[in-house]
Write a protein of this length. Structure first.
Length: 309
């Protein structure tokens, strides 16, 4: 099973780097010079043909928050808030080299914060993503990404040793001056109230997720098509199984367990591979398969329809 996890990660990385999509044209812009054109500017929002092409959409509006851009010696990051025609917002980071070549993208959820230029052990640099507890001034890290010398993102275990973690970018403002003096970070939940919530509440939240789910989709690249199928079986809190099938190779993901449960999503991780993360979410009455593992299949596509059967 460990060998399978390695093979799956390799496939994901290959798809991530080499996809020449027929359906998802956004990959055509990776490793090319990319500019953000702005039209129909109104207040802080604008439309953009180039961004529409990048996100394989039409008619989106875009917004750049106060912390839109951050530069380093060999790369810079641009934060783009995407708002579709239905009003749904998504947050993306665009990574450029110093020649304005778009190298990679990363989706940040609305309730997440991110810290740039994080220093991991062995002098690796990257990004930490998580949530911030303002009362405790505590940054709970839930995802880590290494940024390699080619400015490409690679998920690494959340347990990776961090030598330095700057304040999350969203908190870099005048009103937060001095926060760094007592700012802390880690991977444990600082909210003890959540940990001590009643067993009945947990049961009620979990019961709605019991059942079998299926996702079936295709990823196209220059050397062929990949038919991807997922089967998720949630029997009880101690019994969850995920089967992944890529073309003719089918495998059961090892060590899966339920990491957290809420009324809108259930997070599934693996005891044998910290980089694996699957999320079954309910959005607008429909079920979706999400999570870091799914996102890495074909960025910036971050979710696929799930059928509950």
């Amino acid at each position: 099973m460990k060998n399978y996890s390695k093979r799956l990660l390799l496939i994901q990385l290959l798809l991530f780097i080499f996809i020449g999509c027929k359906k998802y044209q956004s990959q055509d812009h990776i490793n090319t010079k990319f500019t953000v054109d702005k039209e129909n500017i109104k207040d802080d929002s604008y439309s953009s043909k180039n961004l529409d092409n990048l996100f394989t959409a039409k008619g989106n509006t875009y917004f750049e928050p106060d912390y839109t851009g951050t530069s380093f010696d060999d790369y810079y990051v641009k934060n783009i808030v995407v708002k579709d025609q239905k009003g749904k917002k998504s947050n993306y980071l665009l990574f450029f080299d110093n020649k304005d070549i778009l190298k990679d993208t990363l989706r940040i959820a609305d309730d997440e914060m991110y810290s740039l230029n994080v220093i991991f052990d062995s002098n690796r640099k990257g990004i930490a993503v998580g949530t911030f507890d303002a009362k405790q001034s505590y940054f709970k890290i839930e995802k880590n990404f290494e940024l390699d010398k080619n400015i490409k993102l690679k998920p690494i275990p959340v347990s990776s040793k961090i030598e330095k973690c700057p304040l999350p970018v969203q908190l870099l403002s005048e009103e937060n001056v001095g926060l760094e003096e007592h700012f802390t970070f880690g991977t444990q939940n600082s909210d003890t109230k959540k940990e001590s919530q009643s067993a009945q509440t947990v049961v009620d939240e979990f019961s709605q997720w019991k059942g079998n789910y299926q996702a079936d989709f295709e990823i196209s690249r220059t050397d062929g098509d990949y038919q991807v199928k997922y089967e998720v079986k949630i029997t009880d809190k101690n019994n969850v199984a995920i089967t992944e099938k890529i073309n003719d190779e089918s495998n059961l993901v090892s060590g899966t367990f339920i990491n957290s449960v809420s009324d809108d999503k259930i997070v599934i991780k693996s005891k044998t591979d910290d980089t694996l993360e699957y999320i079954v979410a309910k959005i607008g009455g429909k079920y979706y398969l999400m999570g870091n593992t799914i996102y890495m299949l074909n960025p910036p596509n971050d979710k696929y329809i799930l059928k509950k059967i």
